[in-house]
Write a protein that binds this ligand. Structure first.
Ligand SMILES: [Zn+2]
Length: 181
């Protein structure tokens, strides 16, 4: 199996998955090409400006790592991370609130979350500019019907339909106000 060296991360991952599925040995020069693409595309010529560490599996604040911490990370049972931008000098922002390794506010996973919790700004509903349409009720009503029969609702379903019903009630109020005025 010979393929031209893919030049993007996506193409490289695709090639790697294809090679994995094929189950055949991959020539060393092909593996080297994949590694080269990752190094160039993901890291480029930049060097980390700061290396930080903290005890493995902990939520302790990250502190500056010494060279020996990096070299002996495994023996010292440290998690190491490299920062490619200077940490902000201003006071630390909001901390994450992890539950089951996922932040409840911004949704970041524990192992890749940044130092500050920055919940994404809510995206405006695409229906805002549209005239009120009763068909919008179909999906939430069907969901309510479903939940009423299964009696179990996941956290993400709950927040999705809470948001959806709040929006629809708001638009319904507005519609009532306009038509009854
Ligand atoms: Zn967070």
């Amino acid at each position: 199996m010979t393929t031209a060296a893919p030049e993007t991360v996506a193409a490289t991952v695709r090639a790697m998955r294809r090679a994995g599925a094929a189950g055949e040995p991959v020539p060393a020069d092909e593996v080297a090409a994949w590694a080269r693409t990752f190094m160039v595309q993901l890291y480029g010529p930049q060097k980390p400006v700061r290396i930080e560490c903290r005890p493995l599996y902990s939520v302790e604040p990250w502190i500056k790592a010494e060279d020996a911490d990096v070299v002996h990370a495994r023996r010292r049972k440290l998690d190491i991370r490299a920062l490619y931008l200077h940490p902000k000098a201003d006071k630390p922002g909001k901390s994450h609130r992890f539950k089951n390794d996922v932040c409840q506010d911004c949704g970041d996973g524990h192992f890749y979350a940044g130092p500050n919790c920055e919940p994404p700004a809510p995206t405006p509903d695409s229906r805002t500019a549209l005239p009120f349409d009763p068909s919008w009720f179909r999906e939430p009503l069907e969901a309510l019907q479903r939940f009423a029969s299964i009696k179990i609702i996941s956290l993400s379903d709950a927040s999705k339909w809470k948001r959806e019903t709040a929006y629809l009630l708001e638009r319904l109020d507005q519609y009532d106000k306009e038509t009854l005025a």
